[in-house]
Design a protein around this ligand. Structure first.
Ligand code: 5GP
Ligand code: ZN
Length: 102
């Protein structure tokens, strides 16, 4: 998807270190962290938001990735956030799950 920051990061048009990657998703550190650890878990498919999901399998895949990332980084206590829709604070219109941990 053109002009999508997360698609550009996935396609290496914008450099960003991947903290995790599999067939379905990738994860990066948030550029403006709101906790000591702030990671974004992002599906490789350009899905605008939770409202545009056609196959709920992606939710399972995203959470499986979260569990692996947390194990790798030793995160035991954390919040997960999903903002859905501009009015709810979604700034990047490509689905992502925030992991926030101190
Ligand atoms: P949202 O408000 O859409 O749920 O969250 C978008 C998040 O993406 C924000 O926390 C913001 O800091 C982060 N973000 C926006 N642009 C970039 C970027 O170019 N690189 C990284 N790593 N994070 C970004
Ligand atoms: Zn995208």
């Amino acid at each position: 998807m053109e002009n999508c920051i997360f698609c550009k990061i996935l396609n290496k048009q914008i450099p960003s270190e991947f903290v995790y990657e599999d067939d379905y998703c990738f994860a990066i550190n948030d550029i403006n962290p709101k906790a000591n650890k702030h990671i974004l878990v992002i599906p490789k498919e350009h899905i605008e938001s939770l409202n545009e999901i056609s196959d709920t399998k992606i939710i399972q895949k995203l959470f499986e990735a979260i569990f692996k990332i947390n194990e790798k980084l030793g995160i035991k206590a954390y919040q997960t956030h999903i903002n859905t829709g501009k009015e709810a604070g979604q700034e990047v219109m490509h689905l992502h799950i925030h992991i926030l941990a101190d």
